[in-house]
Each structure stands twice: as C-alpha cells, then as structure tokens.
Design a protein around this ligand. Structure first.
Ligand code: FES
Length: 69
C-alpha cells in the first residue's frame, strides 16, 4: 500500500511499504525509500524530487491525502 500526502504549500510526500519502479526521462528507476518528497511547485532543480525551492518561490497550495490500495 502507498500513501500520497499533499503537504500544504509544499511537496507531495510519497510513502510506501515496498519497492517501486518508476520511469524518469524514459528510464526505469527504483525507489526503495519508505518516504520521498515529490516536487509539485515546478521549481526544484532535482525533479521529480523536492529540493526545498517551494519555500523560495512562496508556493501556495492546499494540503490533502490520497491512499493507494
Ligand atoms: S515542492 Fe518543493 S521544490 Fe517543488
């Protein structure tokens, strides 16, 4: 099971209890961390991951939660 948490004014926190394979730039990459922050503001220099740039650009967005089963 995995959970997506939209942090208020920040990234999407992806939490999983297993290993996931995703495609980035046309290549498969493995995500084996239990939690990772994904950029949703568009300003990260390390996309798809959040690098904290949302604070610099004063990104505003509501929070929320999605559970994937
Ligand atoms: S959400 Fe953090 S850098 Fe984009």
């Amino acid at each position: 099971m995995a959970k997506l948490t939209l942090l208020e004014n920040g990234p999407i926190l992806f939490e999983a209890d297993g290993t996931y394979v995703y495609q980035h730039g046309g290549q498969d990459e493995t995500l084996d961390q239990k939690a990772v922050a994904l950029c949703r503001c568009g300003a990260s220099a390390n996309k798809p991951f959040c690098d904290g740039s949302h604070k610099r650009i004063d990104f505003k967005a509501e929070g929320g939660e999605i559970t994937l089963k």
